[in-house]
Design a protein around this ligand. Structure first.
Ligand code: AMP
Ligand code: FE
Ligand code: FE
Ligand code: ZN
Length: 304
């Protein structure tokens, strides 16, 4: 066994906004030398069965997961409320749990309506139609802005997803519409735990969303979420700055929760994120497997 196995617990396929099929992703995970991978498509469990069977056949560890879309708000010093999205990873929830699956399908439906609004706003300035976007969403997949980006790239307006996000969806952009038909982080934690899952905040305080000053990090809010059942923080992620990661590691230790590290891979061409570029400790994986009772992980012997 490898001295420090690569454990990457945040990976997307084309069941949401990843560019590659589950089979391609599993091939890439094996090629990247991962020991354990979690599939965490946005708001869906659709890839789990295929991913588990392929992972098993290759001796690759597999943890079924979801990246649950949530939305919360903060009130600034002047008393103004600001809404923002929070992604909550859910490991090992029961995929047939009714309250959870109902919320997830509501989120997917809300995402379709929201993307249609974004397309309507963009069509004032670009020759873009909803059908162009549909070409970039697999049947039944959870749609997101990357599909709109892919359509604009196909039409020749941009070169890659990063460029589209930078030019079109900067803070305060006229082309931005939020996901509103989604749970709060508090609701998501209750739903995930209720389904036997393990909730972990994805890329907390990611670049662009982090307060400048560490004194303004939302300690009380995060402590409150831990009290509600939050299991950990994805501290090691390319969008989480090093000072934030240090702060999260200390907070996690203080409250006896864990931190994870993952890539958030979206395919070789979806984003620059590479499989295995961050890794989760064996100890954190052990806690996930122990706490998660809604589904089974496949962990080859010798890893835990
Ligand atoms: P949405 O789910 O519609 O809010 O879109 C957010 C998704 O867009 C994220 O899950 C990422 O997959 C993707 N994304 C965000 N920023 C970028 C970027 N700069 N380059 C490529 N993909 C991005
Ligand atoms: Fe994504
Ligand atoms: Fe995310
Ligand atoms: Zn993600």
């Amino acid at each position: 066994m490898d001295a420090s196995p690569k454990i990457d617990l945040h990976v997307h396929s084309n069941h949401s906004d990843g560019r590659e099929s589950v089979a391609e992703v599993i091939d890439e995970a094996v090629a990247a030398g991962l020991s354990v991978m979690a599939l965490t498509d946005h708001d869906t469990t659709a890839g789990w069965v295929e991913a588990e069977s392929l992972a098993r056949s290759r001796g690759l560890g597999f943890v079924p997961g979801i990246e649950v879309t949530t939305r919360t708000r903060t009130v600034d010093a002047d008393g103004n409320a600001h809404g923002f999205g929070v992604h909550m990873l859910a490991y090992l929830p029961d995929p047939n749990n009714e309250p959870l699956s109902k919320i997830l399908s509501g989120s997917v439906e809300g995402r379709v309506e929201r993307l249609q609004k974004i397309v309507a706003l963009l069509s004032a300035d670009f020759n873009l139609f909803w059908d162009d976007v549909l070409e970039h969403i697999e049947d039944g997949a959870t749609p997101g802005r990357p599909a709109v980006a892919d359509a604009l790239i196909r039409l020749g307006h941009f070169e890659n997803r990063g460029q589209v996000f930078e030019k079109l969806w900067y803070k305060g952009s006229q082309y931005y519409v939020p996901n509103t038909e989604v749970p709060t982080p508090e609701e998501a934690i209750a739903l995930i735990r209720g389904a036997g899952g393990v909730p972990v905040i994805a890329h907390p305080l990611a670049r662009g969303k982090r307060p400048e000053n560490p004194d303004d990090f939302p300690r009380d809010h995060f402590v409150h979420l831990i009290e509600l059942g939050l299991a950990g923080f994805e501290a090691f992620h390319r969008d989480v700055d090093a000072d934030v990661a240090d702060w999260l590691v200390r907070l996690a230790a203080e409250f006896d929760v864990f931190v994870t590290g993952s890539s958030d891979y979206h395919g070789k061409e979806g984003k620059p994120n590479r499989l295995g570029e961050n890794s989760t400790s064996i100890e954190a994986l052990r806690q996930i497997v122990e706490q998660g009772t809604g589904a089974n992980a496949y962990i080859p012997s010798g890893i835990l």
